[in-house]
Design a protein. Structure first.
Lengths: 660, 173
């Protein structure tokens, strides 16, 4: 104790993890010496960053190779999880292509992927948690060191996010947070799903369970007393805690697994088998705090909608969600989604600089961001919706008015509605999207709209005048195309509400989501084997855009969390993946049999209001799983493991120690 | 180098190739030589099973799942190989493919061909030896339980396969 507060202190460590996306990295490259253009074809999460990296490589280089332009084609990728975000692969491919006599293809096999690919940072986290006798958290000290390896990648930002999430979902009047990535001689670590917060979640949620034990309190009750309420400021500086935290605690406390856990422990523990239940709750920021989106929505004369974006799909979530997001405004899903596009958006002529240029209507703090941080639902959808609104208001609605003739002239946009693919208005014949699109093209009305949108806690907005009508819109760049024209007309931004780097920093543009996990395990005292046998996974996504995909993210995250808790492990230094001898024979990921298939209940909290945002969920939903499993193991065998993964060998050794 | 004339049936088409290295991996034949990239390459050591295809010794024979990343082409000489490209018939997706789509079974899709081909073999097995309904989950786990997927947590693959088994007459007693 200290000053009347009870202190819980511990050092927690997490392991080196490979994202283990299924398709090893590969690519094609060739140099066109006449045009001084380097062509690259890569499966990447960060096409713009990769193209910039390739340009940078050859800049001011003296010698026979001249590269003026990099033409990067972004391919469909077989999984990413962050591991394809600014990967070194692009550098290797660019160098090989530039200096080879002909086209080059590089394909990693799995040994090479383990040897070279980006990893999750191993972390060491010292935690001191202070609570008063009533179980009110008073202070937290977290010092986290992330092993970034030998090559600079995104470690700086991963450490920032680790720090941002270092207080967990709790209200601490006092917090001392130090989070740093260090340079070591191990393999390079960078972006990976959970992005720093997943390691901290293990440390904080283990620590809270230890505090509950020391305070002789119910571990969920302790959490419920201390979780942030919606809208509360977060100790690490972000302005708004997410909804759902208290509700998840209440639901989990009432669940049979928790309310009957001691009874279950007695009845389910037999012979060498020990049974235990654990809980963990987390919140995590989605987006990066400064998110930049380009997209274009176009309609052809047949009424087919195409969405073009620089987003890259890691699965099929982005393409599906973006296809759905035109429906409410344009009456139909998009039929075609073009991902990973960069060049088209040069027509917006935006200028990027950290230095503000308030007089320049084309200025933005950031042009592109890579596809990561669970941003489709929250960021890209907004941008597509904005283009769709402009397309409808300035192109399709006027075309519909023309088709309706005189009666259409006085029609207000608010009085029309889409119904079964037809635009309807009281007393007028329904018009098909196809007919409206054909008319818009015939009359050379607006048939495509492109925008750039920038978000940091709020969207940059400005006034935009199209055909004499001015509207305030939450985008920071806009261009339109008429009829079958190929060139876009830029609509100049006026009276913008801009953000500077300082205002982003001070305002802390982060937005958060919440997830929790209740899990039951069995531990075989003889073999040390841990099995997840039952559980509940909670998520507060806000507005759900596509139910099956949200559930799919929960299922996938659960299995990955089991892997992180119990199975996945690489030595960071000697005998690690740099030896080129690592593959799935030694690196075990969760299989169906490890994942308590069909036993994990999914609880999706309803949106907190009609205007609830669609939150990015793919990262936060991973983070409570591993600490919940660790807490369940402690409940089962009364041993605390502060080091992940909790392998059978560690369990056997620990139980041996307690026996002796 | 010793070579062979490779003869096999691939997706109902006869394939003959002269001077083939007998140790050439079936995965390389499919992906590199024939450009049939539906069959994936995941680990290269027969663990992840993303590279699974279905092989029959003779027409009407049992369909066996085979991992192409470690199988030399000499091992499928004269046999009948079906890859994911051969599942759809007459432009109509196989019921398993339809079920995978309807259930949102896959996310990045890279494991999906392996799951499809292994469960395709399972359907063949159940057609020959139907099982009680309460053994279906066990049979699915037995057929695809070693397949690695990183995105989905397996749940929706299993749901889709179960649905197809239960909806196909004659597989369950």
């Amino acid at each position: 104790t200290s000053g009347g507060w009870r202190l819980t202190e511990g050092t927690y460590t997490t392991q080196l993890i490979d994202p283990m996306f299924m398709e090893p990295e590969s690519g094609l490259g060739w140099l066109d010496p006449k045009q001084q253009t380097l062509h690259l074809l890569i499966g990447t999460q960060s096409p713009q960053d990769d193209a910039n990296t390739a340009v940078e490589l050859f800049k001011d280089l003296e010698g026979r190779v001249k590269v003026g332009t990099v033409d990067l084609t972004s391919c469909y990728i077989g999984g990413g999880f962050g591991g394809r975000d600014t990967s070194i692969f692009c550098v290797y491919l660019s160098l090989a292509a530039a200096y080879a006599d002909g086209p080059v293809r590089i394909i990693y096999d799995r040994f090479e992927q383990f040897q070279s690919g980006i990893k999750r940072h191993p972390a060491t986290m010292d935690i001191t948690l202070a609570a008063d006798d009533k179980g009110q958290f008073q202070a937290l000290r977290t010092h986290a060191v992330l092993n970034g390896g030998g090559r600079p990648n995104l470690s700086k930002y991963v450490a920032q996010v680790a720090g941002l999430n270092a207080t967990g979902p709790y209200d601490f009047p006092l917090a001392d947070i130090l989070s740093q990535a260090v340079h070591t001689r191990s393999l390079g670590a960078g972006s990976m799903r959970g992005y720093g917060a997943s390691m901290l979640a293990f440390a904080i949620e283990s620590s809270v369970d230890e505090a509950a034990r020391s305070l002789k309190m119910d571990a969920i009750d302790l959490r419920q007393r201390n979780v942030l309420h919606p809208g509360w400021a977060i100790s690490t500086g972000a302005p708004k805690a997410p909804p759902g935290l208290e509700d998840m605690c209440k639901k989990a406390r009432a669940h049979r697994l928790w309310s009957h856990r001691e009874q279950l422990k007695k009845t389910q523990s037999k012979g060498d088998i020990a049974f235990g239940v654990g809980f963990a709750i987390t919140m995590k920021n989605y987006g990066t705090g400064a998110d930049a989106i380009f997209n274009d929505v176009a309609i052809d004369p047949l009424g087919q909608i195409t969405v073009t974006t620089h987003a890259v799909d890691m699965g099929n979530g982005s393409a599906t969600t973006l296809a759905l997001s035109t429906a409410a405004i344009l009456g139909a899903n998009a039929t075609s989604i073009k991902l990973g596009e960069i060049d088209l958006f040069k027509q917006l002529d935006m200028v990027e600089s950290f230095e503000p240029q308030p007089q320049n209507p084309r200025w933005t703090p950031l042009l592109f961001m890579s596809s990561k941080a669970a941003t489709t639902s929250s960021r890209w959808v907004h941008s597509v919706e904005q283009s769709s609104h402009v397309l409808f208001e300035t192109g399709l609605f006027p075309a519909a008015q023309s088709l309706w003739g005189k009666k259409g002239d006085t029609l207000k946009i608010a009085s029309v509605h889409w119904r079964d693919g037809y635009l309807t208005a009281p007393g007028l014949r329904p018009l098909s999207l196809k007919d409206i699109a054909a008319k818009a093209h015939a009359d050379r009305r607006i048939t495509a709209v492109m925008n750039h949108a920038f978000f940091s806690a709020k969207w940059v907005e400005g006034d935009y005048s199209i055909d004499g009508v001015t509207q305030r819109r939450p985008v920071d760049g806009l261009a339109i195309r008429r009829g079958q024209a190929t060139q876009y007309e830029i609509v100049e931004r006026k009276n913008p509400q801009l953000m500077t780097v300082e205002s982003m920093w001070e305002g802390n543009g982060q937005t958060f989501g919440a997830s929790a996990c209740l899990v039951a395990v069995t531990v075989n005292r003889k073999t040390g084997e841990i099995k997840v046998v039952d559980g509940v996974h909670y998520l507060a996504p806000g507005k759900v855009l596509q139910q099956e995909m949200v559930e799919g993210q929960m299922d996938g995250a659960f299995a990955m969390g089991v892997g992180h808790a119990l199975l996945e492990n690489l030595p960071a230094f000697e005998d690690g993946p740099t030896t080129g001898r690592w593959n799935l024979d030694r690196y075990h990921v969760a299989l169906a049999g490890d994942s308590a298939l069909g036993k994990i209940e999914k609880v999706i909290l309803p949106p907190e209001s009609e205007t609830a945002p669609a939150r990015g969920i793919a990262e936060v939903v991973l983070n409570p799983v591993a600490p919940a499993i660790a807490n369940a193991v402690t409940h089962a065998i009364d041993v605390r493991f502060r080091d992940l993964p909790i392998t059978a060998e560690k369990v056997r050794n620990a139980l041996e120690k307690t026996r002796s | 180098m010793e070579t062979m004339t490779l003869e096999l049936t691939l997706n109902n088409q006869r394939l003959v190739r002269e001077k083939v290295d007998p140790d050439l991996k079936l995965n390389d034949l499919l992906r590199e030589d024939l450009g049939m990239t539906g069959t994936k390459f995941g680990c290269g050591i027969a663990v992840c099973r993303a590279c699974t295809v279905a092989v029959q010794r003779v027409p009407g024979g049992h369909l066996e799942p085979v991992r192409t990343c470690t199988t030399p082409v000499s091992a499928v000489q004269g046999k009948i190989v079906t890859t994911v490209e051969g599942l759809a018939q007459g432009g109509e997706l196989h019921p398993l493919q339809k079920a995978f789509l309807e259930h949102f079974s896959f996310q990045c899709g890279y494991s999906a061909p392996g799951f499809l081909m292994a469960s395709f073999c399972l359907l063949d097995k159940l057609k020959r030896s139907p099982i009680p309904k309460d053994k279906v989950d066990e049979a699915i786990l037995d057929a695809v339980g070693q397949h690695v997927c990183r995105c989905t947590g397996y749940v929706r693959y299993y749901e889709a396969i179960r649905d197809v088994i239960l909806a196909t007459p004659g597989l369950v007693t």
